[in-house]
Design a protein around this ligand. Structure first.
Ligand code: SF4
Length: 374
């Protein structure tokens, strides 16, 4: 499974904390300079892990477009100095509509960034305000225009549904706007309530209620409407035009190796899963960034098998039985006797050419099916 190597770089700074956000993101930028020095130190120390060419780089956050573009360029240069980055490497950067400028975009593309992921979420000001986003719908339209002005074809738009007071009508309009935007890729996630967030508190206090039926209706609308605009759902939450799947994510779902850099960044490498400290100060204070890899334990085979199945079920191709055998040297049926049959009988799983994939109905019960294999 280890043909491909990817890199994730975490930029943990944001203009404002969104009400639902539980990512490692901070509005205090005092430590920006120190943070980027530490990132470069980490890249240099991890040089021995970059033992083969890098296929994808994903610069996420936080809000990478919120920091000076020169910081991003320094990170890319530091990576190029210690690792071989494939000529056709997919290099993505996340950007928010209110911090993306034409100058920065030009700097990104000159440095080899060839995919932009826009955190739009909704094309309605009231919906954006209710989840604490710092940008407006007009800025979202502006960011899309910028993509066309600079002839950037490979761009993604992130959208969210099940937002407070969001209606099927407004969601359909957001989907249609995104569908007509020319974006090559759309990520569509339901709002999730994470403990410790302001959104979770609002929910507990009754300010906002969740409606499971509406949530499913909105998810189905996404598949139907985006299908009409030529997007294929290739993963539970991701839709792409032909040849524009996000390869960084595809490789992660395929259990290929990736190395995470920066605060709270996770890695999967050498059959080990490990992560960096979450807090900025703790991350900056690390002396040896390889220690998390060196001290991590190799994952048990049963865990790896569970990960393999769960990640495969997220994708429309599903679980490849032959691949399971070639990776683990065991028959799928001997490891998970009768499990697939049970879900097939319930109409949630489909068996097709040696693959088990979720049925349309199965997508609504994906977590339940996945849990059964873990
Ligand atoms: S922009 Fe993204 S990372 Fe930053 S606070 Fe909002 S959801 Fe979190």
């Amino acid at each position: 499974m280890n043909d491909v190597l990817s890199v994730y770089v975490h930029i943990p700074f944001c203009l404002k904390k969104c009400y639902y956000c539980d990512f490692a993101s901070y509005t205090d930028t005092m430590l920006t300079e120190e943070y980027f020095s530490s990132l470069i130190r980490e890249i240099n120390q991890k040089r021995r892990l970059f033992s083969r060419e890098i296929d994808t780089v994903y610069i996420g956050g936080g809000t990478p477009s919120f920091v000076e573009a020169d910081y991003i360029l320094k990170i890319i240069a530091a990576l190029r100095a210690v690792a071989l980055i494939k000529e056709d490497c997919e290099i993505t950067i996340e950007a928010n509509p209110n911090s993306l400028t034409k100058d920065n975009l030009k700097k990104y593309t000159d440095a080899g960034i060839n995919r932009i992921s826009l955190g739009v979420q909704s094309f309605f000001d009231d919906e954006l305000a209710r989840i604490g986003r710092s940008h407006t719908a007009a800025q979202a339209y502006g960011a899309v225009e910028l993509m066309h002005e600079l002839d950037i074809k490979n761009f993604n738009i992130d959208l969210m549904f099940s937002l407070p007071n969001q209606t099927c009508e407004s969601w359909s309009k957001t989907l249609k706007t995104a569908g007509a935007s020319g974006a090559a890729h759309l990520s569509v996630y339901a709002l999730t309530l994470e403990k410790g967030t302001l959104m979770f508190k609002m929910y507990k206090e009754g300010v906002y209620a969740q409606d499971d039926d509406l949530d499913r209706k909105m998810y189905h609308a996404a598949k139907n409407i985006l299908g009409k605009y030529g997007y294929e759902r290739y993963e539970i939450s991701n839709f792409a035009k032909k040849n524009y799947r996000c390869m960084h994510n595809v490789y992660c779902w395929d259990m290929q190796e990736y190395i995470g850099l920066g605060a709270a960044a996770h890695s999967y490498f050498g059959k080990k899963r490990f992560s960096n400290p979450y807090l900025l100060k703790e991350y900056i204070a690390v002396e040896d960034y390889c220690c998390f890899y060196d001290n991590a334990v190799i994952e048990q085979e049963s865990e790896l098998m569970g990960d393999f199945v769960m990640l495969a079920l997220r994708r429309n191709e599903g679980i490849d039985i032959d691949k399971f055998h070639s990776v683990f040297g065991k028959e799928f049926e001997s490891v998970y006797p009768h499990k697939a049959d049970k879900w097939i009988e319930m109409g949630l799983l489909i068996s097709k050419n040696g693959m088990y994939c979720l049925s349309d109905k199965g997508y609504d019960f994906a977590s339940m099916v996945m849990r059964d294999f873990i």
